[in-house]
Design a binder for this molecule. Structure first.
Ligand code: DC
Length: 230
């Protein structure tokens, strides 16, 4: 927020899969009274619809076309979690399955899909007042964000977190299998041609490997207050 600006603050939270972005970004938004937007959920919503409709994931133009005809809405569920509506249907329970995990980086890697998603995300953030998490928020979607964070954690810690998330959904997957999958996804996300996963030069880096969630949120809050002068 520049001096005299009336726009509400924008906070960008980027980092690789399993670094804890969504958990801390949601809590940070709650503490500051801002809206939390999980941008990965939008890409997951599209990947899920593509799988359900049997769209060929190798065909960029089919996915671009599918997105053009898809309405994706994010809203805050009763427990504070992001709920995702695709064409009006709540698909939240299906977005973290192994099938979607395995396809979402491919879908998110297509330039034409990203152009449209980024347009939608910028529109959602146009009045500010958001904490947005993703891979390219600070570098590409909202480079004007007031505060940027880049969260990391060791591959093993990230795989263990994903294992817990999946167990809650009823899937038992070995940590080393998840570590391989996450590593593969990181590589796809970091090497794609358009807006790859990268740390913005002005992002504050936090390694969450050995930190409790509340500790990370407190640290982010103090950075935020310092930067915006609250
Ligand atoms: O944060 P997540 O694991 O739900 O993200 C799912 C995928 O979506 C991830 O593999 C990369 C992609 N993604 C992206 O490319 N850009 C974003 N801003 C958010 C997610």
């Amino acid at each position: 927020m520049t001096a005299g600006s009336i726009r509400q603050p924008i906070i960008a939270v980027d980092g690789p899969a399993g670094a804890g972005k969504s958990t801390v970004a949601r809590k940070l938004a709650e503490r500051l009274g801002l809206l939390y937007m999980d941008t990965g959920a939008m890409y997951r919503g599209l990947a899920h619809k593509a799988l359900r409709h049997g769209v060929d994931l190798r065909d960029e133009s089919s996915l671009e076309d599918l997105l053009t005809h898809t309405v994706i809405d994010l809203y805050r569920g009763r427990d504070g979690q992001t709920e995702v509506l695709v064409d009006g249907e709540n698909v939240t329970p299906y977005l973290r399955t192994p099938e979607v995990n395995a396809s979402v980086s491919v879908v998110a890697g297509y330039p034409s899909v990203r152009v449209e998603m980024v347009r939608r995300l910028r529109k959602l953030a146009e009045h500010g007042g958001v904490v947005m998490d993703g891979r390219d928020i600070g570098t590409y979607v909202l480079p004007e964000a007031d505060v940027k964070f880049f969260l990391t954690a060791s591959l093993e810690a990230r795989a263990r977190r994903r294992q817990k998330d999946l167990a809650r959904l009823g899937y038992q997957v070995a940590v080393d299998v998840l570590a391989q999958e996450i590593d593969h996804r990181d590589r796809l996300d970091s090497t794609r041609a358009v807006a790859p996963l990268a740390r913005a030069t002005d992002a504050v880096m936090i390694d969450t490997t050995n930190l409790e969630v509340d500790h990370v949120v407190d640290e982010m809050l103090s950075v935020f207050r310092r930067v915006v002068g609250e």
